[in-house]
Design a protein around this ligand. Structure first.
Ligand SMILES: Cc1ncc(COP(=O)(O)O)c(C=O)c1O
Length: 407
């Protein structure tokens, strides 16, 4: 008898974005004449930077000729890309990361999920609340939690991110083994200072824990005092894995390229407490289960690091931050307290009442779609997330409508 993975049955049935889509579809069916503005899902709207497009074209032409055609590439990524990443994203910031510690992939979503394979299923897992739902759901699927009771899975240690701690969770009171952190944060848009990250690194070192640091929104950081990588913190190399993505940095959500950094000094432990290096384990997993990112896509990612690519991706993220500034201004003027939107494309607004009710109000009265904070965890109740990924015209129109409805 073939048995199913019954842990799937613990998953909450309505995934946040499908519930939103259902409500929007029902509203649109009843009001086909209304133009709905979507400030919900965090997908980019602007086209690829010209430097990436040129690199893609050139690489496709190479694939069209026998002399320059390429078949399977190295599973970990081509050296040209791994070297550009190590030099620009880490060494230039004083973080000693080498190309051999970089694993190119097709997405930070899959990487943050797949990395769990390296760990035992018996561990204490710390998850921020609110959180990018992928971290929780993939651990539920892997059987690392009990049932969901009143919106929280048994067996997880939830790290509350609230107004009182500036949406940067405090260290857990009990020892934990694996910690997910994401800065700049999705959904709150909050950022962590050097001192805050240093406290987490210290905690991980003292407890022989591991931090999974998701820096998918690093390119939106403008405050020069904020760290872009956890490896800017002394000692982090031994206790942290970092995830990055070209999705939001360079508009690659549909092109697909990301990478994971597993330093050679990062350890996990056997039952007896013997250290085991994670870099060779991830290398083994990657080479066994993954066959590399398309050559033209890796060339397009490499182009992000050219002089033109740097200027163009900066302009791209500046554009979305300009949208974020308009959203912040509108809600601040309307008297709401909020966070995010300054070093992040997300704005987290305290709406002072049930998130889904507020979501419905904005949908029905302003035809503006947001994301109810409650969908990201219990601490998200009373908040909505607004995404700055949109055209300027749509953002401005949405803010004009909201000013009328909420004043
Ligand atoms: C925090 C976070 N990590 C990872 C991802 C996924 O990135 P990718 O497109 O590289 O899979 C997202 C996408 O929204 C995200 O918000």
């Amino acid at each position: 008898m073939i048995r199913v993975n019954e842990h799937y049955a613990k998953l909450q049935s309505s995934y946040l974005f499908s519930e939103i889509a259902k409500r929007v579809k029902a509203y649109q069916a009843e009001h086909p004449d209304k133009r709905i503005l979507r400030l919900g899902i965090g997908d980019v709207t602007e086209p690829l930077p010209p430097a990436c497009v040129a690199a893609l074209h050139q690489a496709v032409d190479e694939m069209a000729s026998r002399s320059s055609f390429r078949g399977y590439g190295p599973e970990q990524g081509y050296d040209f890309l791994r070297e550009a990443i190590a030099r620009n994203d880490f060494q230039a910031r004083g973080a000693e990361i080498t190309p051999q510690e970089i694993f190119v992939s097709d997405g930070a979503k899959c990487d943050t999920a797949n990395i769990q394979e390296l760990f035992t299923d018996k561990l204490t897992l710390a998850i921020p609340d609110p959180v990018y739902p992928v971290y929780v759901d993939t651990n539920v699927m892997a059987g690392r939690t009990g049932k969901c009771v009143k919106g929280r899975y048994k067996g997880l240690v939830y790290l509350d991110s609230t107004e009182s701690n500036g949406f940067v969770p405090d260290l857990p009171e009990q020892p934990v083994d694996l910690i997910y952190l994401c800065f700049p944060n999705n959904p709150t848009g909050a950022t962590a200072t050097r001192e805050q990250l240093a406290a987490w690194v210290r905690y991980a070192r003292e407890n022989r824990a591991l931090i999974l640091f998701d820096a998918a929104y690093e390119a939106f950081i403008r405050d020069p005092a904020l760290p872009h990588s956890i490896y800017e913190i002394e000692g982090a190399r031994d206790v942290a894995i970092e995830f990055r993505s070209f999705s939001k940095t360079a508009g690659f959500t549909g092109t697909r390229c990301a990478y994971t950094v597993v330093p050679t000094s990062t350890m996990a432990y056997t039952k007896k407490g013997e250290p085991v290096a994670l870099n060779p384990m991830w290398n083994r997993r990657h080479t066994t289960k993954f066959n590399g990112v398309a050559y033209p896509v890796q060339r397009a990612a490499e182009a992000v690091y050219s002089a033109e690519g740097q200027a163009q991706t900066r302009a791209l993220t500046d554009f979305y931050l300009g949208n974020a500034a308009r959203i912040r201004a509108a809600f601040t003027e309307l008297g709401y307290s909020l966070t995010g939107g300054e070093n992040s494309p997300y704005i987290w607004v305290n709406v002072g009442k049930d998130s889904w009710k507020f979501f419905d109000k904005l949908l029905k009265r302003a035809q503006v779609v947001t994301t109810p904070g409650a969908g990201f965890g219990r601490c998200g109740q009373g908040y909505i997330r607004i995404s700055a990924f949109n055209s300027r015209e749509n953002v401005e129109e949405a803010m004009t409508r909201l000013r009328k409805v909420l004043k």
